[in-house]
Design a protein around this ligand. Structure first.
Ligand code: FAD
Length: 461
């Protein structure tokens, strides 16, 4: 991209760092809420280091979605301005529509999102309002003495630097599994590394097309390969499913794959009656959503992972599935877990994703430590999507959205017993994204009272 030599003026209403499903998705959330024109008028810029927007890293996982296909196209299909229909009419779009009500390959979902955002971007560009800056890497952001944030960006591959001034900042930078965690987190007597050096792989690497092929190659020569998967998340069970059902060259014997998990594994059901009818009774009143009657709508496994567990537990006439073993890790010494890990040909670490965020600095140049950095699994944001500093107080004017941001749903949605994180496009393209958009607009209203009539009108459009 061509980088302008001067900071953009006048200052922007908001800079969003990351143009993946969450960051770019703010546009869809705004469109759904009738606030897209107001958001674009702030104005807003969305910085993406890649060439394309909308899909982020979703296409890098060689598995099917845990959410239904419509969670990827609901906000595109919804009525709004500008109209969006072309992406749903392509072969990929039609495949998405065919998959409604069930899972879809994440590679297909990613291709669809890339096409849908290309369509949206084209429509906005036609009226001179394309908010995306691609090929640009945000390096850090510094609080400005007069309020707002100055975001320092560098063109990918060289070519210049740019600073963008904005009233608000949104971090939509995604998340990653941090390899350092393998050296620290104790699993059955000690960290996985260096104990099992040479045979440990991160779940995100295993789920990539190249990683899945490499694992298959590594295990193919073994008569009875053994894999230990550490973690109780969707990623952990998705890895088991990938190895057992989608790796044709691999032949696992009884207990060939073990998932070592700390918390109990749960299944989602449409109702208590549906769960009980197929023999699933491991839930209580706190595990049922009062609004929908669904059992474990948030904590429960869905899609392919759910089907695999139903086979293991012989629910609803499914199974048997003797190749997969589930081992609940104890808090104290666990000799059986140690044996499983020691005997495994491959250990898959699914210990969780941590937000990437962005280095933030105060106006005096002092680094702002984030709450998400204080402990593994600590949330990046609060219930208003405000990014939290290490002391737990919101960093003024900075919001976070997307994978592992830790947006809390407890007490607002789903089952009262839910304690985990909510990660899903339906939130970001829906009410969570729209709430951030409203806050960005409100911050600008504080900034520039003259704009108030326009924005107030847009809010009710
Ligand atoms: C294995 C797995 C399966 C999942 N399945 C589902 C599912 O079925 N349904 C569902 O709703 N959700 C699912 N999710 C959760 C989530 O929807 C996806 O992870 C989604 O890709 C997250 O979008 P994101 O925008 O937060 O992050 P990403 O997809 O990582 O996108 C972040 C973007 O920001 C850019 N970026 C990052 N840092 C910078 C920077 N400093 N400067 C410029 N650009 C930057 C990156 O290039 C990238 O394009 C899944 C997650 C995982 C890990």
């Amino acid at each position: 991209m061509r980088v302008p030599s001067k900071p953009e003026a006048p200052p922007l209403g908001a800079v969003v760092v990351g143009g993946g499903p969450a960051g770019a998705g703010l546009l869809l959330a705004a469109r759904g809420a009738g606030l897209l024109d107001a958001l674009l008028d702030l104005p807003i810029r969305i910085i993406e280091r890649g060439d394309a927007v909308g899909a982020g890293e979703l296409g890098g996982y060689a598995i099917r979605s845990d959410s239904h296909a419509e969670s990827f196209f609901r906000a595109v299909e919804a009525a709004g301005q500008p109209p969006l229909s072309l992406a749903l009419e392509t072969p990929t779009g039609r495949e998405m529509l065919r998959r409604r009500g069930g899972p879809v390959a994440l590679s297909t979902a990613a291709a669809f999102l890339a096409g849908a955002f290309e369509e949206l971007r084209g429509a906005l560009a036609a009226s001179g309002r394309d908010p995306f800056l691609t090929g640009l890497d945000a390096v850090s952001a510094r609080r400005a003495a007069r309020g707002g944030w100055r975001v320092h960006c560098r063109a990918v591959g060289g070519g210049g630097e740019i600073e963008l001034d904005a009233a608000s900042l949104v971090l939509a930078t995604g998340a990653q599994e941090r390899p350092e965690r393998l050296l620290r987190e104790v699993v059955a007597g000690g960290p996985l590394l260096p104990r099992f050096a040479g045979k440990v792989v991160l779940s995100s690497a295993l789920m990539s097309p190249a990683g899945a092929a490499a694992a298959a190659e590594r295990l193919a020569g073994r008569a009875s390969p053994k894999v230990a998967i550490v973690g109780g998340s969707h990623s952990a069970v998705a890895c088991a499913r990938l190895l057992l059902d989608a790796s044709p060259g691999l032949h696992f014997g009884e207990g060939g794959v073990t998932v070592l998990h700390r918390r109990p594994l749960r299944l989602t059901y449409a109702s208590e009656a549906a769960a009980l009818a197929e023999g699933y009774a491991a839930f209580g009143p706190e595990d049922v959503c009062a609004r929908t009657g669904r059992v474990f709508p948030l904590a429960g496994f869905r899609s392919d992972a759910r089907e695999l567990l139903r086979r293991v537990w012989g629910l609803g006439g499914c199974g048997p599935e003797p190749r997969l073993r589930l081992h609940r890790l104890g808090r104290g010494p666990d000799a059986e877990a140690e044996r499983i890990l020691a005997e495994a040909d491959l250990v898959v670490a699914a210990l969780g994703y941590q937000p990437r965020a962005l280095p933030l600095f105060d106006d005096d140049g002092e680094s702002i430590a984030l709450h998400a950095e204080t402990a593994a699994g600590a949330p990046l944001v609060d219930s208003r999507s405000r990014v939290l500093a290490a002391d737990g107080a919101p960093v003024e004017g900075v919001f976070g959205i997307g994978l592992a941001a830790g947006y809390p749903l407890r007490g607002t949605h789903g089952e009262p017993s839910f304690e985990g994180q909510a990660n899903g496009l339906s939130l970001w393209h829906g009410e969570t994204g729209a709430a951030i958009v409203r806050d960005l607009l409100a911050a600008r209203l504080d900034d520039a009272p003259a704009r108030m009539p326009d924005l107030a009108a847009a809010e009710h459009a």
